[in-house]
Design a protein around this ligand. Structure first.
Ligand code: CA
Length: 365
């Protein structure tokens, strides 16, 4: 918007507020114009699935709220509520859908019970990396599908960060072959858990606060979490010696999701600011995870052995994943459509990735 237009529409906006005493948008010449309402602060309630100021994910949301305030000259005031303050960690989807809160920050794979297709937007075992996921969502049609399907819940999602590659998890005993998995109890959610179940594992869900004690006491035999930076804070190295490299969460996507009506009532300027800051948040989180994981890896106790899962297990995991995807596709047309879009991008991406990134990393050694 040109400055002169902005000043003109701002004057209109002030007039509108003066007349109605409330926030509204104006449309002029088919252009959506207006309006940061001078003197009128838009307050939004944001709830997260994380403890207050939780490293990287939680502090990323704190920064998001602060930056929206800075860039809007204080006209956007987003108050962050840690998990269980306004709503329980895993009810942020429902309460935002019902407009009891305005916006939430969480992990997409938590909502596969709402629609199995949502698990694909959160990332796929043995699938796309964070960088590739973002490319699919932004340029390969993923975001359109995500917004269409979330729209049925009156929600409007934005990418709200990504973890980069996650580790395969902590095991109390070494896994030398597929047979060693039989009967193990492991904390592992999402599609990774579905695959593990087919490999003979008993996947369990535990709240984060109970994982360490369960592992230490042997109530569970293994757990995945994120990567060295966050896993170190959980103290898993004190309860298990074998730390396996990742396969099931190569690029998990987090979300900053608005109540759709609330989003549509925001001015185009506020929408633009929020969209830009969500991009900043995504980039920062990916790079912060990379740096802190690299650092934390160097600081793991000597007792920890880094291992890669045996080939027969990964071969079986690939087959099991295909079975899970076929089963889910046959049960849900949404899952089938999203998977088709995802696969279309993965097929397009692979030859280029093979001769660029993968080839280069092999050469660099
Ligand atoms: Ca994880």
């Amino acid at each position: 918007m040109k400055r002169r237009d902005f000043l003109a529409t701002s004057a209109l906006a002030v007039g509108a507020v003066g007349l109605n005493g409330c926030y509204r948008e104006e449309k002029q010449d088919n252009k959506k114009s207006i309006n940061i309402n001078r003197g009128k602060t838009i307050k939004l309630k944001l709830a997260t699935s994380w403890p207050a100021h939780f490293p990287i994910m939680g502090t990323g949301v704190d920064d998001f709220a602060r930056r929206c305030g800075e860039l809007s000259g204080g006209s956007l005031e987003i108050k962050v509520h840690a998990k269980n303050i306004l709503v329980p960690a895993l009810q942020v989807f429902d309460t935002t859908s019902l407009a009891q809160i305005d916006v939430f920050h969480s992990g997409v794979y938590y909502w596969k019970g709402k629609n199995s297709a949502f698990s694909i937007f959160g990332g796929m075992p043995l699938g796309l990396t964070s960088e590739e996921m973002i490319t699919w969502l932004k340029f390969g049609g993923g975001m359109e599908l995500w917004r269409e399907l979330y729209g049925k819940f009156n929600l409007y999602p934005l990418i709200g960060g990504t973890t980069g590659p996650q580790m395969g998890g902590w095991f109390k005993k070494e896994i030398s072959s597929l047979a060693d998995l039989k009967g193990l109890k492991m904390r592992i959610p999402g599609l990774g858990g579905e695959v593990m179940k087919k490999l003979g594992v008993n996947p369990v869900l535990l709240p984060p606060g109970e994982i360490f004690t369960s592992l230490e006491r042997g109530t569970i035999d293994a757990t995945e979490w994120v990567g060295p930076a966050l896993d170190s804070m959980m103290g898993f190295a004190k309860a298990a010696n074998y730390y396996y490299t990742g396969w099931h969460e190569p690029g998990s996507i987090l979300e900053i999701t608005f109540n759709k009506n609330r989003w549509e009532k925001l001015s185009s300027e506020h929408q633009a600011i929020i969209t830009a800051v969500s991009e900043e948040m995504t980039s920062n989180m990916l790079h912060e995870f990379r740096y802190k994981n690299a650092k934390a890896l160097q600081e793991l106790p000597k007792s920890v052995e880094i291992k890669t899962f045996p080939k027969d297990m990964m071969d079986a995991a690939k087959i099991a994943l295909q079975e899970v995807l076929e089963r889910e596709s046959s049960k849900s047309n949404d899952f089938k459509r999203v998977l088709e879009s995802y696969n279309q991008f993965a097929t397009l991406n692979k030859p280029w990735d093979d001769i660029s990134t993968k080839n280069f990393l092999d050469i660099r050694g």
